[in-house]
Structures are given as C-alpha cells and as structure tokens.
Design a protein. Structure first.
Length: 127
C-alpha cells in the first residue's frame, strides 16, 4: 500500500465530507451551519490542495484545478460570513446565510469532481 496515496485520498474525501456536513440543513437557517465546521472544511481543503501540488499528470492538473475552485468558494463563504457578522453581530441574516451555504455548495461540487477523478485514476492504475 502506498502511504502517500492513502494520505492524499484521505484528505480529498475528508474535504468532501466536511464540506457536505456544513452544507447539510436548511439553507437559510444559521442554527444548521456551524462556523467551526466551515473553518475545518477550509483547512482540510487547503491541505488537500497542497498535497496535489506535486502531481504533474493531466489528472493531477484537473485535481488541482478542482481543489483550487473549492478553496476559492470556501474562502468567499468565509468572507461573506465575516462581513455579515460585522454588520449584524450575533444575529445572522438568513439572506447572508443562504449566500454562505450556496458558496459552500459550489465547493461541494468541486470536491465531488476531485473524488470522482481520484476514483477514475485509481481504477485506471495497472499493476
């Protein structure tokens, strides 16, 4: 078993599951979306992106591109959350929450693409 591939796959799948966990729930209900889960999704996505930097294959370029999209979407969601909390303080406006969750949902799509590409690459490996 290749330890590098194991760690790589672990972080890609963890990024998807954390991001999906954040998005799950009513889109405009702040009680269903935890800021710490968004933070964890951002950190794990950044780690997954860093792990993808060394791959020089075409699939590696697609994996890196999808990971960068996910990080960008999550960073935008965090920026909207920071902006909204500065305006409204503790009470989160449902309109802002819907925007945050929508951006995070875009990151889920990018993470799904990464996982599908990883599965396709694994299936195509020849021993």
């Amino acid at each position: 078993m290749n330890l590098e591939k194991l760690i790589f796959g672990f972080f890609i799948i963890l990024a998807l599951t954390l991001n999906f966990g954040f998005v799950l729930g009513e889109i405009d209900n702040p009680a269903h979306h935890n800021v710490y889960e968004l933070f964890a999704a951002i950190v794990v996505n950044l780690v997954a992106t860093i792990l993808k930097l060394g791959d020089r294959t075409q699939t590696g370029a697609l994996l890196l591109g999808s990971s960068l999209v996910a990080v960008l979407q999550l960073a935008a969601a965090a920026a909207v959350w920071a902006y909204a909390s500065q305006i409204h303080g503790d009470a989160m406006d449902p309109v802002f929450m819907a925007s945050i969750v929508s951006l995070a949902a875009g990151a889920v799509v990018a993470n799904v693409i990464s996982v599908v590409l990883l599965i396709m690459e694994t299936v195509n490996l020849r021993r």
